[in-house]
Design a protein around this ligand. Sequence first.
Ligand code: C2E
Ligand code: MG
Ligand code: MG
Length: 416
Amino acid sequence: MNDKVDSAVFFLDLDRFKYINDSLGHSTGDILLKLVANRLRTLTDLAPFDLDIARFGGDEFAMLVPCSNKKLIANFAKNIMKEISLPYNIDGKELFITCSIGISFYPDHGNDLGTLMKNADIAMYWAKHNGKNDYSIYQNYMTKIPTEIMELELELRKAVEKKEFELYYQPKIDLFTKEIVGCEALIRWNHPWKGIVPPSKFIPLAEETGLIDSIGEWALREACQHSKILQNAGFPELQMAVNISVHQFRQENFVEMIQKVLLETQLEPRLLELEITESFSMVSKKEKIKKLYELKKLGVSIAIDDFGSGYSSLKYLTKLRVDTLKIDKSFIDEIGKSNDTATVLMVNAIISIAESLNLEVVAEGIETEEQMHYLAAHHCAVGQGYYISKPLPFDEFVQFLTDYRKNSLKNVKDAG
Ligand code: C2E
Ligand code: MG
Ligand code: MG
């Protein structure tokens, strides 16, 4: 999905408005609606873009937001929620109400107003479904019949308790020495009858429902424990990378949770790397800088995953305490295909940026020898991809490490 859009449609609905109408009477409800509308009008007047706003019926409002920056759009939604949730004074009584907002983007989620409104409405339903007083951006899976989704959610909840998750590990190698320097932990769901479910099929829902917090904590603990086992098995210096979702990062106790797991598992923090994606731009700058600083104080490393695929302010990159940029696979895919030289030049540019900022750079999704040679020749230090190895269950990964070491020793001997 693009990070630049032409505009957004907001569908806003007051939370538990019926309760106010039922308990305090319709006239109070009407006054409250007018007060909400006034606040929305003030907000739209102050907005840096020319908004259209309309009451859509009942306690629903729709807005056309002509802004191309997703981050500004998300901030605007947060502002609305904040403003609406401030107290109202009606006949000397203080009243509170919150709202849920669904957002769809033009042209990503529709080409006509009808479709965009429908999809914003569906996203709003999800914001309500997930606890209200929040905004939700439309995603394809949201159109699925709610019961199907609810079943999946139920199964996902049980999967945590029933220990149906498993981590696979994909090695990362030094592209110059060919030594294995670390690995990335990638989650799989061993579903009782669907078989192995890849993360793309359940992580979005886990994020949307907040279940990602417990799944993510499980994955972190499991990866740290496995990392300790690897150390004891004679691989003391492998760095373990764990993917972190933005939902986890936003939790107030996120840094404490990392610290707790490190203490419990006795893993040296320098051997842990947290991978965060660029969707991370949804977190406020202040919160990001503060949390990354605290994580650095703990001694863990930070990588920006899928770098180049989303919104990343380069100016801002210098302010963030990160250690590594992982070049998105879509760039690596173009190496060796002569038809997209501009994309390949981006690989060189990312490597230069990393070099000048003193950051490590990792290429992910290497599938051919040619790509590996190209990256090494262009000073990309570390690589990962099917060409080296697919992600493997832990036991197979240990076997892979052992065989790899034997083979490289043999190669050294043969060369000597
Ligand atoms: P990611 O972190 O960017 O991980 C890289 C993905 O590319 C993995 O897919 C990996 O299996 C795949 N990959 C690696 N090398 C190659 C290659 O040469 N060719 C191809 N075609 N693919 C390659 P996977 O395991 O399906 O994971 C997808 C995404 O799910 C991950 O992208 C990550 O964003 C997310 N994810 C995985 N595990 C976790 C987790 O424990 N927590 C969270 N929050 N997200 C996770
Ligand atoms: Mg990753
Ligand atoms: Mg990635």
